[in-house]
Design a binder for this molecule. Structure first.
Ligand SMILES: C[S@@+](CC[C@H](N)C(=O)[O-])C[C@H]1O[C@@H](n2cnc3c(N)ncnc32)[C@H](O)[C@@H]1O
Length: 212
């Protein structure tokens, strides 16, 4: 699959220093995602491309515990090893790709994915998998860079030229169109600055059916 080896190499290299180097960016993504998640998850939560586990750690530390079952999926064993070192053994971590999620249909009440979308060569395949493992009434929450912001747009241009792991960033409207094409339920998107330079967007899709 194109790009996969480059992603694995990139994150094998970045994993040991990832939390330290990107701490404020990671925490901004976690805060932005949790703030837009709405009602606190009480069931099972899957973090797709969970990396070093920042979002799962935030969920696990919330008092009272927000998720009764927390799980993380990431293709990079090195990123998952960092996550393992800071998460309780009850938090399930698996090696795998968003395009082939190794869980059954309707397993999770919430599926989140933070700062992963710009790596996806086949975004609809990944979104389809996230929708498949989401229970009726569950919420899919995607946070990523937003190409509407100038700094993200320039960075997107440079990374497309020089970074083989990277694929592309999306504008808020493009992200909404992709999620609406998924056809599982209403989509809400929101973009926001996390520093004077950088901006993120978060999309929330509520899957039809059930009672989340
Ligand atoms: C920028 S890091 C974000 C990690 C974490 N979500 C966070 O917010 O700190 C991107 C992560 O996406 C993972 N990733 C890249 N392509 C992926 C794919 N197709 N499926 C699942 N994860 C992927 C990488 O291994 C890496 O851990």
């Amino acid at each position: 699959m194109p790009g996969r080896q480059a992603i694995l190499r990139e994150y094998a290299r970045l994993a040991p220093g990832y939390d330290r180097r990107w701490s404020s960016y990671i925490q901004a993504g976690v805060r932005g995602t949790l703030a837009r998640l709405g009602a606190r998850p009480a069931g099972a939560v899957l973090d797709v491309g969970g990396g070093t586990g920042a979002l799962l750690a935030a969920l696990a530390q919330s008092e009272p515990p927000l998720g009764v079952r927390l799980a993380g999926l990431d293709p990079s064993p090195e990123m998952l090893a960092v996550a393992r070192s800071k998460l309780a053994p009850a938090v399930e971590l698996r090696v795998g790709w968003a395009e082939e999620i190794p869980y059954g249909d309707a397993t999770f009440d919430v599926v989140v994915s933070c700062s992963v979308f710009h790596y996806l060569r086949r975004p609809m395949a990944a979104l389809g998998e996230m929708a498949r493992v989401l229970a009726p009434g569950g919420r899919l929450v995607i946070t990523d860079w937003c190409d509407d912001y100038l700094a993200c747009h320039i960075c997107d241009y440079v990374l497309r030229l020089f970074n083989r792991a990277y694929y592309r960033a999306y504008r808020e409207r493009e992200c909404r169109v992709l999620l609406e094409a998924l056809g599982i339920g209403p989509v809400r998107t929101d973009r926001y600055k996390i520093s004077w330079l950088w901006g993120l967007m978060t999309a929330v899709v509520q899957k039809r059916g059930g009672a989340a």
